[in-house]
Design a protein around this ligand. Structure first.
Ligand SMILES: C[S@@+](CC[C@H](N)C(=O)[O-])C[C@H]1O[C@@H](n2cnc3c(N)ncnc32)[C@H](O)[C@@H]1O
Length: 276
């Protein structure tokens, strides 16, 4: 008989699994998130015919398929909430200020990184707004977008979205850039072609060499899941990866307070920009 219930995780198993997730993705689960692990992983354990987290942890640590399972585990436990034009004021600030300033300084190749892009709404919003402002014709603008979760990256690469991704999007923008197909909306291939997606783990020290030098970084709504030492490492990576002048935008509830003093913080009214 197929068991469809939730498998309970014992305290010591939770500590061990939390540690595995932290070491592999820097995500620091609070003790109050035990239910989230149980809810999100019970089905996976049942697929593997495990009746306890102890067996699953053993599999993750010692099985020949442990690498593949780590990817599946991280796909299950990451929080991928996102939508088009989220915290738009920062994107508008980049379009109206940062990019024109770079172009005015004679910069012809501009690189933007959406670090932790989830299913693509963030980098695609950036591309749509750059297109609306006619900026693609004024410089070679390359947008790269990375996430640790390979499932959301597949969604991003398909460019097909449901209504939930469009909360707050002006209907004119939605109609101009998306084609309705039943209950879904397909993004214009001319915008899709502007983004290079690839898997990138922010806790991997090699990520910097994979992404190269950048002019603007968006890293929003992911550092909230990291503890101070991990945030510090990621911010150091961003600082090393940015050209001068360079710009970093974090999520509204994220700050560099007590993390780094390497950036100049500027409040532009609609949010904060960290400048290098
Ligand atoms: C809440 S979403 C934010 C998406 C988008 N930046 C936004 O603000 O709408 C957080 C994303 O961070 C990703 N993430 C979590 N840990 C990560 C890590 N160590 N490296 C890269 N991405 C990570 C998750 O997979 C998820 O897609």
């Amino acid at each position: 008989m197929i068991n469809t219930g939730t498998i309970k995780i014992k305290d010591d198993e939770f500590v061990e699994l939390k540690d595995i997730i932290y070491k592999n993705a820097a995500i620091a689960f609070a003790d109050s998130k035990k239910y989230l692990i149980e809810n999100r992983l019970s089905k996976r354990l049942q697929e593997l015919n495990f009746s306890s987290f102890k067996d699953y942890i053993y599999y993750l640590k010692y099985d020949s398929k442990k690498r593949e399972e780590m990817e599946i585990l991280l796909n299950h436990v990451t929080i991928n909430e996102t939508y088009f034009l989220r915290e738009r004021a920062q994107m508008d600030h980049m379009i109206k200020n940062v990019i024109p300033e770079l172009i005015a300084k004679g910069k012809r190749n501009i690189r933007i990184w959406s670090a932790a892009c989830s299913s693509g709404e963030e980098p695609y919003s950036i591309a749509i707004l750059l297109n609306e402002a006619g900026l693609f014709g004024k410089a070679n603008i390359e947008i790269i977008a990375t996430d640790i979760n390979t499932e959301v990256l597949q969604i991003a690469q398909k460019g097909i979205y449901r209504t939930i991704s469009f909360r707050g999007v002006p209907p004119a923008i939605q109609q101009k850039y998306f084609t309705k197909d039943g209950f879904t909306f397909k993004l214009d291939p001319n915008i899709m072609n502007k983004i290079k997606f690839f898997q990138g783990n922010l806790s991997n020290p090699m990520l910097g060499s994979k992404v190269g030098k950048l002019d603007v970084i968006f890293c929003r709504n992911v550092l909230i899941y990291f503890d101070v030492p991990s945030k510090t490492k990621v911010i150091d990576l961003f600082h090393k990866s940015l050209n001068v002048p360079g710009a970093l935008y974090l999520g509204h509830s994220e700050t560099l307070n007590k993390i780094s003093v390497s950036f100049k913080m500027e409040n532009f009214g609609g949010g904060i920009i960290y400048r290098k």
